[in-house]
Design a protein around this ligand. Structure first.
Ligand code: H76
Length: 473
């Protein structure tokens, strides 16, 4: 009986796979615009950046997760919703927005010191407050006691440090009266038309007024009201690319004709890169992610993006944990966007400074193994990660877990020979031993490492298979 149902299940599976393979693609007007990776210069720069700083800053930074003496453990930027605060009450926080400790140049210097190549900032989060002076709403920075265009100050300061700036923009808007979660009536439909027109105006404003913007990072697009407006998401992508050729847009913006998100109804990625890896990395085995560009965004605590006063309620990732995530991401051909949530006073917390210092010190010596690097094409090993710059014959081995044996096992692709290996820092040679066909061992000196070492492995296209005879099986 079991055998029979197993057989039937196999047949059914084979049939579905067969059917999918042969099915004609669903015709779509607003699906993926191209397949694979963009190869233009702007995209190559975006990809080579690898390490970015995410900044969540808005009115939510002022209460910091605490309302009327009560601490709300959910994400600080969701406080309005968690504590069910009426819109008018929440919005009046804007009259307190006056970050006395804010210094755009100091922020940019800290980011530069950390080794990031790009920064993505919330121009408008779900609360609807705009960090830029918008013609289309009063709910913006110009009407706070701070008054100045804080977004422009940041763009200028980061650009001066050679850091690209991208704009996060939430389509979901708790402030705007026309936002709808779903469209169930003609009135809803008309409200959403007005909302989307307002947002189109703001997006045009952002693209036109900040000419160096390198990308748009959309969020708050998961509701039915947006799934039913795939055409608008397509039009926004086209509009931004027309105003700023080369601009990079995340997959999260997009829905297709049928409401499929990120990937269209034919399974093709929309936008320029997969942006669905949030607070997690793709599984190590999922190297197929390299078929398109992708980015993982990461919080320091479990789920806090905006400033929260109390970080004791969840695990706070250590600097070395975050560094490992950055390296892991690079080794799988992705970008790593690490979040910072400055306080209402415009300063970063101690933990964030510590992370910036620790990663920055490592990047100062080793950024060559990250920036401009990609998946190396070698099998992942338990002791750490491989990265490689383009098609170079040099491979970087970044060691996070030193085995008890002190021996790093390596399996190279067929017809690859390891010529030599040495520590990137100091150049000390590492003993290399070929132990079987396409298999090597690197022996580490018997000492503990204070920070993850990078070992440079030089290879040649030599064929080591001749000296080995495969077993007959
Ligand atoms: C849920 C959610 C939002 N998406 C993250 C990138 C944060 O902005 C968070 O508030």
């Amino acid at each position: 009986m079991f055998k029979n149902s197993f057989l039937i299940a196999c047949l059914l599976l084979a049939q579905t796979v067969f059917a999918q393979k042969n099915a004609a693609p669903i015709p779509l007007k607003y699906g993926a615009q191209y397949e694979g990776k963009r190869t233009d210069e702007a995209m190559q720069k975006w990809r080579s950046n690898r390490f970015g700083q995410f900044i969540h800053w808005g009115l939510y930074a002022i209460p910091g997760g605490v309302w009327n003496g009560k601490t709300y453990n959910y994400a600080a930027e969701f406080l309005k919703s968690s504590a069910r605060i009426p819109t008018t009450t929440w919005d009046s926080l804007m009259y307190q927005f006056n970050p006395k400790g804010f210094n755009a140049k100091a922020w940019a210097k800290m980011a530069k010191g950390m080794g990031v190549k790009y920064m993505t900032i919330t121009t408008k989060h779900h609360e609807g407050f705009c960090l830029f002076p918008s013609k289309f709403t009063e709910f913006n920075i110009a009407n706070t006691p701070y008054k100045k265009d804080i977004l422009k100050e940041l763009v200028d300061a980061y650009n001066a440090e050679g850091i690209d700036v991208n704009f996060y923009y939430s389509v979901l808007d708790w402030h705007h009266p026309d936002w709808r979660y779903d469209i169930k009536s003609e009135a809803d439909s008309m409200a959403m038309v007005r909302l989307l027109k307002f947002e189109e105006n703001q997006l045009r404003e952002l693209a036109e007024n900040y000419p160096t913007v390198k990308g748009f990072w959309f969020d708050g697009t998961w509701d039915n009201s947006i799934k039913k407006n795939g055409k608008w998401t397509y039009e926004m992508e086209m509009m931004l690319k027309k105003i700023r050729p080369g601009v990079v847009v995340n997959s999260r913006l997009r829905a297709d004709d049928l409401g499929a998100r990120h990937r269209d109804s034919n399974g093709k990625l929309m936008g320029d890169y997969e942006s669905g890896y949030e607070r997690r990395l793709p599984p190590a085995t999922e190297l197929k992610v390299t078929q398109w560009d992708w980015e993982a965004c990461m919080t320091v605590p479990e789920n806090q993006w905006g400033y929260h006063k109390d970080w004791s309620i969840s695990h706070v990732k250590t600097p070395v944990e975050l560094l490992e995530m950055l390296v892991h991401t690079t080794s799988m051909g992705g970008n790593f966007l690490l979040n910072f949530g400055p306080g209402g006073d415009g300063t970063f917390r101690k933990e964030e400074h510590n992370i910036a210092d620790y990663i920055g010190k490592w990047m100062a010596k080793n950024s060559d193994a990250i920036v401009g690097c990609d998946y190396a094409g070698w099998d992942k090993q338990d002791w750490g990660y491989f990265t490689r710059r383009g098609k170079e014959s040099k491979v970087n081995a970044i060691v996070f877990n030193v085995p008890v044996s002190g021996v790093l096992k390596i399996k190279v692709p067929a017809k690859t020979t390891i010529v030599k290996a040495y520590f990137k820092e100091g150049g000390k040679p590492v003993t290399v031993k070929e132990v079987a066909k396409d298999q090597y061992q690197l022996t580490l000196p018997g000492k503990l490492f204070a920070t993850p070492p990078v070992i440079i492995i030089e290879t040649s296209g030599g064929d080591n298979s001749k000296q080995y005879k495969d077993a007959l099986t």
